[in-house]
Unconditional design. Structure first.
Length: 402
């Protein structure tokens, strides 16, 4: 039985664990956190990714955990409404697309994988050494072990990628923007509503979904590369507070609430671009291999589809890692490239450069319901996302024995 180690217990890692177990592999997941990561923001599942979720028998559960967002409202510095749009259009969703909180999806995937997967929490890989028998893996706390294949599903700043491929500066491409998200009290009493305050080079949001009593604060801003310690939340909070000092609307109150946030997150909006997603017996999946960035709206869908394809290729190749990894890249490359293209265009609408651009965008929002051909205009907004989300045909994978 092929023995596979997955580094990372989020969407890509848990989806891969599920499908590898389904195909009969022995699976171990190592996760740096002490338990499942419960935080995160709302995420979209579209196109081919919906097919993957359906094949896992989770589609009904995913829909039951929908955020059920209703409307997005835009406000000025004094809190006056200057524009509004449906939550579906704001998120670029249509038809069967579904939005869910990342933590909810993670719990559903973990439950689906069941007891057939070994989990090692509160630990991480410190070294990888390929031998004739497999990959000799050294851990921070656990005893060394050897696996036939190792897969890095450990995100934008992948530890496995650094160990097997080299410094992340070779692969991580900054898109000139940053994002911060964290949980705050729902002091505005929002009910499935997203509030957005656009300012030149800055955008602040707050939303509450059908799944919780609290709210999420979101800060988006354009910036040259920033120097800070990714392991130091206190330093990052100070940095964010300085960057948004003097902003209007609810920004001061959200920054005050930030100090007590249990799930503070700040990172660059970046993409991972690599010529190859494998090296010897080590492969990458999800953000570690091909992060499309939060600006694409497709990071979760890429993780779900990529994990499904990688597991299927390993099954068809009967564990022959070289053949499987080559097939994985061949099948997935176009899908990845089409989804990564979305980010640059989306960022232009997420963070506007000037007050004039903000005024024009709000004017168009107010005029759109009254314009002839408004439905076609809406289709043009969602069409690029739909095409990218369906840029791969999900097929059935069978083991040679089957």
């Amino acid at each position: 039985m092929t023995n596979i180690l997955i580094s990372g217990g989020s969407v890509a890692g848990l989806t891969l664990a599920y499908w590898l177990r389904e195909h009969g592999f022995a699976v171990t997941v190592v996760e740096r956190a002490s338990s499942l990561r419960d935080g995160g923001y709302k995420i979209d599942i579209r196109g081919a990714a919906l097919d993957v979720v359906a094949r896992m028998g989770l589609l009904d559960e995913v829909r039951r955990h929908s955020t059920d967002m209703r409307v997005a409202r835009f406000v000025d510095a004094r809190g006056r409404q200057i524009g509004t749009m449906s939550a579906q259009l704001f998120g670029g969703r249509e038809g069967d697309d579904v939005e869910i909180m990342r933590g909810d999806l993670t719990r559903l995937l973990h439950a689906a994988a069941g007891d057939g997967v070994e989990y090692v929490f509160d630990d991480s890989i410190t070294a990888l050494r390929e031998t004739p028998e497999g990959v000799h893996v050294t851990f921070a706390d656990s005893a060394p072990r050897t696996f036939d294949v190792v897969v890095g599903a450990d995100g934008l700043h992948s530890n496995v990628r650094a160990l097997a491929f080299g410094e992340e500066s070779q692969f991580v491409h900054d898109l000139g923007h940053y994002i911060s998200i964290f949980t705050v009290p729902n002091h505005l009493g929002l009910d499935r509503t997203e509030m957005m305050h656009p300012a030149p080079g800055r955008s602040t949001g707050m939303y509450s979904t059908a799944r919780g009593d609290d709210a999420k604060a979101m800060f988006l801003f354009s910036s040259p590369p920033l120097e800070y310690d990714r392991r130091d939340p206190a330093q990052q909070k100070k940095l964010l507070a300085g960057l948004f000092s003097g902003q209007g609307w609810e920004v001061p109150r959200l920054l005050d609430a930030m100090e007590d946030a249990p799930d503070f997150y700040l990172d660059s909006i970046s993409q991972v671009r690599m010529d190859h997603w494998s090296s010897g017996r080590v492969a990458l999946v999800g953000d570690a291999a091909y992060s499309a960035s939060p600006a694409s709206g497709q990071g979760t869908s890429l993780a779900l589809v990529g994990a499904y394809v990688l597991a299927g290729c390993l099954a068809e190749a009967a564990g022959d890692h070289a053949a499987a990894f080559a097939a994985y890249e061949h099948e997935l490359r176009h899908f990845v490239e089409e989804n990564q293209k979305l980010a640059a265009g989306n960022l232009k609408g997420m963070v506007l450069k000037s007050a004039a651009q903000i005024r024009f965008q709000m004017l168009m929002l107010r005029l759109m319901p009254h314009l002839p051909g408004k439905n076609r205009m809406i289709e043009r907004v969602t069409e690029p996302i739909r095409k990218a989300a369906t840029a791969i045909t999900i097929r059935d994978y069978r083991t040679p024995a089957a």
